[in-house]
Design a protein around this ligand. Structure first.
Ligand code: HEC
Ligand code: HEC
Length: 439
């Protein structure tokens, strides 16, 4: 009995120390002082006295607290279906070379281990081989058979907090786009939905996915029926594609980095951030960063020119960013402000994959020398893009805050343990199957 008691004490303390890892003591006066400084700073920044609430991400289960499109209400059933579809390799039925049939999914290019981004300058869907960060182009594939784009794949983490999707914001009919006549909107915005829903539906076509194969799987028939009770049958490709997109978008809205140290700290756990993380946060919230990276996702549904280089593979030669979508010269070279969580899980960064470390980015903003001179000559560079005169120590701490304070260590909780087709996921090519122990 006594031995059992001692054993459980050991286990309890083991758990406390391994999970919480109190990096500092609660009565360290320096920590208390820094903590107070950051709290005051955040309170002074948050608009309309909203306080920390302005920066807090809700729990993923608290559906009424997550921003949603009224045409796509969040239900547990829809989110579950979307989680399956996001990882479902059986959707990949229209590859250019049939050899690659059912080998890729959305999560080939946006996977949890990489912070729902990819570690490649060109994320690889169908025609790529290998799992996770080992993914590379199939050496036997012709370039045209490989699903990749000449722009970096942004994260879908915390995407519920932006209404315009894609680097130039062309996807979506609400928010900033509600007031815009987007020239290059193609047919992408025909459903008049938020960007996330719009993008998910459009991505089904762009990435050569289709629902014909899953429509034959009884479990999917059930899942579609419970997610969309008003139309409880599957089999019409166009309508199913749209509903698959809606379900995927619902799932994407629940991908929130709410277990990051900074989030825990905002919710009252003073011990969740170390002194260096708090110092970095103070630099972040007292410098220009927070003008553009703000709110729950530390981003903004707005477009700024900060002079990052284009992708070396960009066929346009000069990516005009938002200017491409609005056809207005004053929008040239502006790109959407990306959210800042879990960036350390994968590199490179920027729409053109032109920066390789977070530290490089912090130094870039500190020096304010644009990579792309055309952005400077256009006169569109943001007035917030100017030298910050941060000391080396401030650069260190700010980098550390972005890398670790803004990292949710447990994104794997959003990945399903299996999918209804029973195929290997998120990739199903021979090499991935070996690496993922699927065979
Ligand atoms: C071949 C890799 C690849 C696949 C597969 C892929 N994506 Fe993407 N995704 C990208 C790239 C690249 C972009 C950026 C394109 C741009 O901005 O023009 C992107 C952008 C996005 C965005 C916009 C994020 C933002 O912040 O603006 C969302 C949302 C998204 N993808 C969701 C999906 C969904 C859902 C699927 C599956 C239906 C999917 N993606 C499949 C590569 C991929
Ligand atoms: C004027 C607005 C603005 C300011 C100020 C600003 N950013 Fe950004 N940031 C952006 C935009 C826009 C991008 C995307 C640019 C691109 O890809 O062309 C970006 C990209 C980034 C990225 C890369 C993210 C990714 O997904 O690739 C990081 C990291 C970053 N910023 C951190 C910071 C930090 C730290 C500061 C303060 C030192 C800061 N930013 C200041 C607007 C801003």
């Amino acid at each position: 009995m006594f031995v059992k008691f001692i054993l459980s004490l050991v286990i309890i303390f083991g758990v406390i120390f391994s999970v919480e890892q109190p990096v500092l003591s609660a009565n360290d006066p320096e920590h208390t002082y820094l903590d107070m400084q950051l709290r005051q700073l955040i309170n002074s920044i948050a608009p309309n006295n909203s306080g920390y609430q302005y920066f807090i991400l809700p729990d993923s289960e608290n559906l009424s607290a997550i921003p949603f499109d009224p045409q796509n209400e969040l239900t547990k059933e829809k989110i579950y279906l979307g989680q399956m579809l996001f990882h479902e390799t059986a959707l990949s039925i229209n590859p250019i070379n049939s050899k690659h049939w059912q080998e890729a999914s959305c999560a080939s290019c946006h996977f949890a281990e990489a912070g729902f981004r990819s570690n490649l300058p060109q994320a690889l869907g169908t025609g790529g081989i290998g799992a996770g960060k080992l993914r590379h182009p199939d050496p036997d594939a012709f370039p045209a058979e490989i699903d990749k784009q000449n722009i970096l794949a942004p994260s879908v983490l915390n995407s519920a907090y932006q209404k315009a999707m894609l680097w130039n914001g062309r996807a979506g009919s609400t928010g900033v786009n509600g007031k815009e006549k987007l020239i290059q909107s193609f047919d992408i915005n025909r459903f008049k939905l938020d960007g996330l829903e719009t993008q998910a539906i459009s991505a089904m076509n762009v990435h050569k996915l289709g629902t014909a194969a899953i429509a034959l799987i009884p479990e999917y028939q059930k899942l579609f029926a419970s997610a969309f009770p008003d139309r409880p049958y599957v089999g019409s490709e166009v309508e199913d594609l749209k509903r698959a997109g809606l379900a995927i978008a619902a799932y994407e809205r629940t991908l929130l980095s709410n277990e990051a140290p900074f989030q825990k700290w905002l919710k009252g756990n003073k011990m969740a951030m170390s002194k260096n993380q708090i110092r970095g946060a103070i630099t972040f919230f007292s410098s220009s960063c927070v003008h553009c990276h703000t709110g729950s996702n530390l981003a903004r549904d707005e477009f700024y020119a900060v002079g990052f280089d284009d992708h070396p593979k960009d066929w346009t030669g000069l990516n005009l960013g938002r200017g491409t979508a609005t056809q207005r010269a004053k929008d040239d070279f502006k790109f959407k402000v990306p959210p800042l969580y879990n960036l350390i899980d994968s590199s490179p960064y920027g729409h053109g994959a032109s920066l390789t470390t977070v530290r490089q980015i912090v130094e870039y903003f500190n020096n304010a020398k644009p990579q792309k001179m055309e952005a400077k000559y256009s006169g569109n560079l943001s007035i917030f893009f100017k030298p910050l005169n941060l000391t080396n120590k401030q650069v260190d701490d700010l980098t550390y805050f972005v890398e670790t304070g803004l990292r949710d260590p447990n994104l794997i909780r959003y990945v399903p343990s299996k999918i209804p087709s029973s195929l290997c996921f998120p990739n199903n090519d021979d090499l991935s199957r070996k690496q993922l122990n699927c065979d």
